[in-house]
Design a protein around this ligand. Structure first.
Ligand SMILES: [Zn+2]
Length: 309
């Protein structure tokens, strides 16, 4: 069943990770001058989610804000001696949620950058969210022939409790490659175009435009692949040059995937072709994740039209 109620409240988050600067600067710009993101009949709120991480130009202060929106954290009642990002999660949940409730914001865009060569990526949390699938179909068509991959993070144990998950329709925007702590004009422009087309879609939807059933191709998360390590946990091989910058490109069993510091090639030993993404992402060295394996699958979006008032 598609969602037929109009979209009224939209938020655009920047700075969930304080060193991903395209979203930070766009949101700061829109806080100063929001004319570009205003649409008739819509309330659009730009918001900086992790101000202390921004000041310290780091991903986070105590823990990753984009993993902090669990039921356990959001229901904590003590306010002292809790990690900074958990207190931010509670604040954001009270402003834009509560998560899972009728009062929650309709739609939240959370703007991220990656050091990986992922281009203009849209992140989908729920394969049954027809409204968001239709929106992604619209954005992909508007950006074509520029690719706009959709990353589906639905998974029994790999899905995480994102900042945007307080909204009824959470949308992750992940644009790269951009180094941490740097803002590049080409990357900022890609992010800005995604938001423009997304808001145009919402306005058309609210005005009664009918969106017929659609199909998009999505990259569904399968598994995170770690770097090879020694018994002390030290990385012993790095991403092979054949895979570097090849996000969303097919990787076949037997293809080179890592190279050791002695120059020895390690091949991919899977049983089917996969599509790596977040290849050599700087933030994931902490967990020793070299890349994320995805499978390319079709996804259907149901017909969508707002109910007549
Ligand atoms: Zn991020």
């Amino acid at each position: 069943m598609a969602d037929y109620t109009p979209i009224r409240r939209v938020a655009i988050f920047g700075g969930t990770h304080g060193n991903e600067l395209s979203g930070v600067y766009l949101v700061k710009h829109w806080l100063a001058n929001g004319s570009e993101i205003q649409r008739h009949g819509l309330e659009v709120t730009p918001y900086i989610t992790n101000p202390r991480a921004l000041l310290s130009r780091s991903r986070y202060i105590d823990c990753d804000l984009n993993r902090a929106f669990t039921a356990e954290h959001l229901s904590k009642t003590e306010t002292e001696n809790i990690p900074y990002e958990v207190s931010r999660a509670q604040e954001i949940n009270s402003l834009f949620g509560p998560k899972g409730s009728n009062e929650a914001y309709d739609l939240i865009f959370d703007l991220h950058n990656t050091t990986s060569n992922m281009g203009s990526t849209l992140v989908l949390e729920d394969s049954k969210d027809d409204f968001t699938i239709q929106m992604f179909h619209y954005i992909k068509s508007a950006l074509a022939p520029e690719p706009c991959p959709v990353f589906l993070i639905e998974h029994p144990n790999l899905k995480y409790a994102t900042t945007r998950s307080v909204a009824k329709h959470p949308v992750g925007v992940e644009v790269g490659p951009q180094p941490n702590g740097v803002v590049r004009a080409d990357i900022l422009d890609k992010m800005r175009k995604i938001i423009k087309h997304a808001l145009d879609f919402v306005q058309l939807f609210n005005e009664g435009r009918e969106f017929p059933p659609c199909n998009i191709e999505v990259y569904k998360i399968m598994e995170r692949v770690n770097y090879p390590t020694d018994e002390d946990g030290e990385i012993t091989a790095i991403v092979h040059q054949c895979v570097q910058d090849q996000d969303w490109q097919q990787l076949n069993p037997g293809d080179p995937v890592f190279v050791t510091f002695d120059g020895e090639t390690i091949t991919y030993e899977g049983d089917c072709p996969v599509y790596p993404t977040f290849v050599n992402e700087a933030a994931y060295y902490e967990q020793k994740h070299a890349f994320t394996k995805t499978l390319k699958v079709p996804l259907a979006g149901k017909r969508l039209q707002v109910a007549a008032p």
